[in-house]
Design a protein around this ligand. Structure first.
Ligand code: TXA
Ligand code: MG
Length: 312
């Protein structure tokens, strides 16, 4: 069953039912060694899923749950290997969306849920997007309207010292450091595997490139002359633009993130040869957007892509 959360839609399964978990992997086409986040109704369930709940976890739970934050903790011994992907940790989150909350309360146990998209694709932020992604592979899609946050939760690893951000999101690294009163570490090579850290993830089908705002027209002229190019930028379309489609994005990082995947989906289905996205400002409040765009991008532009784009 797919259900809305405030970040993106999830494809849920009873976290203690291996058969249900296998169906989730099959529907997504996701490799079995990639761990799932378990969604819980409230922080009192932390103790059930985690072997140790450090003080830092209680602090962050108090401050940010329910909300768009996932904590990675040492797992309890009963946690199914399908959830932890063979690692000794577990990702836990209390979502804030009222439909997710009602579902968790009614179900009365943990729900493992990855984003409800095919492996490697953009996460869905509406019920319609879930249908387009997964089709018949999902029987029920609870429609809770478009997601408020629009990108996946922040993931903080509290299973080792110092804590580190594994995936940036709406809850910022600074907010977490301020709440914990400790500096955060860098995720090291020994950190757990996660598909979100593969080079390309959250990608549209059409090749995507990031280009500085002032360079967009030059870029199209030089790199993709004659190609149908779709542009996503925070400024309005210049009069003489050669873009086939010019999509104006919101100004603030929060609203930009909220609409990002829906905008990329729309551009992806416009039949263009190339998507050009204006590089957002190089500021901490844009970290999560930068992260998602860098995963969606094919860079540097491969000669074959440039040639293909030019030919179409
Ligand atoms: O906002 C979200 O987090 C959404 C909604 C549905 O809650 N879920 C989501 O799930 O984005 P998914 O599976 O698409 O991405 C979860 C990420 C993956 O990159 C996974 O590897 C990582 O979390 N993850 C899960 N458990 C982990 C663990 N124990 N250690 C490290 N990474 C973990
Ligand atoms: Mg995902």
């Amino acid at each position: 069953m797919a259900f809305p959360t405030e970040t993106v839609y999830g494809l849920g399964a009873d976290a203690s039912n291996p058969a249900a978990l296998r169906k989730v992997f099959a529907a997504k086409g996701r490799p079995a060694d990639h761990p799932l986040i378990v969604h819980i109704a409230d922080m009192s369930e932390l103790k059930h899923w985690a072997a140790e709940v450090p003080r830092a976890a209680w602090l962050l739970a108090e401050k940010f749950w329910p909300g768009p934050l996932t904590m990675v903790l040492k797992r309890s011994s009963h946690v199914n290997d399908l959830i932890s992907g063979g690692q000794n940790t577990i990702g836990l989150r209390v979502p804030g969306h009222p439909v997710a909350q009602q579902l968790l309360k009614a179900f009365g146990a943990g729900i493992a849920a990855p984003s409800a998209n095919k492996f490697g694709r953009l996460s869905p932020t509406t019920a319609q997007h879930v249908r387009e992604e997964l089709g018949d592979a999902v029987e029920i899609v609870l429609d809770g309207g478009p997601c408020d946050v629009g990108i996946e939760s922040t993931i903080v690893d509290l299973s080792r010292e110092p804590p580190a951000i594994l995936r940036p999101g709406r809850v910022s690294a600074q907010q977490i450091a301020d709440a914990l009163l400790v500096p955060l570490g860098e995720p090291s090579g020994e950190r757990p595997r996660m598909p979100g850290s593969l080079a390309t993830h959250y990608a549209p089908r059409t090749p995507l490139m990031r280009v500085h705002a002032d360079e967009i027209e030059n870029f199209i002229r030089r790199q993709a002359p004659g190609a149908a190019v779709a542009v996503l930028a925070r400024r309005s379309r210049p009069r003489d633009s050669r873009a086939a489609l010019w999509q104006v994005a919101p100004q603030s990082p929060e609203e930009y993130a909220q609409h990002l995947y829906a905008l990329l989906r729309r551009m992806d289905s416009a039949g263009c040869a190339l998507l050009v996205v204006e590089s957002p400002p190089d500021l901490p409040e844009w970290a999560a957007v930068h992260d998602r765009l860098s995963r969606a991008a094919v860079e540097p532009l491969l000669p074959a892509v440039a040639a293909g784009a030019a030919a179409r």
